[in-house]
Design a protein around this ligand. Structure first.
Ligand SMILES: Cc1cc2nc3c(=O)[nH]c(=O)nc-3n(C[C@H](O)[C@H](O)[C@H](O)COP(=O)(O)O)c2cc1C
Length: 222
């Protein structure tokens, strides 16, 4: 067990926001499938999996995004695998939407009466607990929060097998979504871009990690 803990911590120390990848080193198909699988298996509120993953390997498409993706100037062209993490828009997250109905029935295989109860609870959650109903931006961002859990899991699972990554929010969301829609990659009525992530192998060692000490981060109430 101690050995496992040390391995996990080593992965957390190994992971850093990699700024440039070795363009000649590609992640194997099996390794990238493993990374995606840890995203797919991630938890989400009510289990609604609001995310979609787009693996952007097309060089022309990457070049089109480069001018509006300032936070990935060296990673977008060099990443072995470049991921767009999408999240569902409110139209798809409303309790009455086809998407929610299909998740409950086909994915979670809930009996009809259980699905109906869950829908009621979900409606209450959206309406009063988190007060998201009627605020499209807040509801989209709520979906994005789940997508970031998948992002975190994928970066950690990559690090566990010696693969580098960089999470990316450095982009003009409006422009990126416009380009992706023009190219037929994104249906903006249903989905939006939550964030991006680049994966590959580092070209150089990063500077030493800096973090606030644990006493500043954690408060215990005993
Ligand atoms: C949500 C998110 C968005 C980020 N966006 C970018 C980005 O666009 N470009 C970049 O080079 N780094 C980006 N970073 C990396 C952070 O700057 C980095 O994680 C932080 O400085 C801590 O360093 P470390 O990850 O190397 O430990 C992002 C990190 C997160 C979590």
């Amino acid at each position: 067990m101690d050995n496992t803990k040390e391995q996990v911590l080593q992965a957390y120390r190994f992971r850093h926001a990699c700024k440039e990848f070795d363009p000649d080193r590609k992640i194997s198909e099996a390794d990238f499938a493993y990374i995606l699988e840890t995203g797919r298996l991630s938890p989400s509120s009510f289990g609604f999996e609001p995310w979609q993953f787009v693996v952007l390997q097309n060089a022309d498409m990457r070049a089109k995004l480069l001018p509006v993706t300032w936070g990935a100037q060296k990673t977008l062209p060099t990443a072995s695998h470049f991921l767009l993490i999408l999240s569902r828009r409110p139209s798809e997250l409303m309790p009455d939407s086809e998407y929610i109905a299909s998740i409950s029935a086909q994915v979670q295989e809930l009996p009809q009466e259980v699905a109906a109860k869950k829908k009621e609870m979900y409606h209450r959650f959206l309406e009063s607990d988190f007060a998201l109903l009627g605020n499209d931006r807040a509801m989209f961002e709520w979906g994005c929060r789940q997508a970031y859990i998948a992002l975190g899991n994928m970066m950690t699972s990559a690090a566990m097998i010696g693969i580098d990554s960089c999470p990316i929010e450095g982009f003009d969301k409006e422009q990126v979504e416009r380009i992706l829609e023009e190219e037929g990659i994104l249906d903006r009525s249903r989905l939006g871009v939550a964030c991006m992530a680049a994966f590959g192998y580092r070209v150089r060692e990063p500077r030493a990690k800096t973090r606030r000490p644990v006493e500043q981060v954690v408060t215990w109430v005993n």
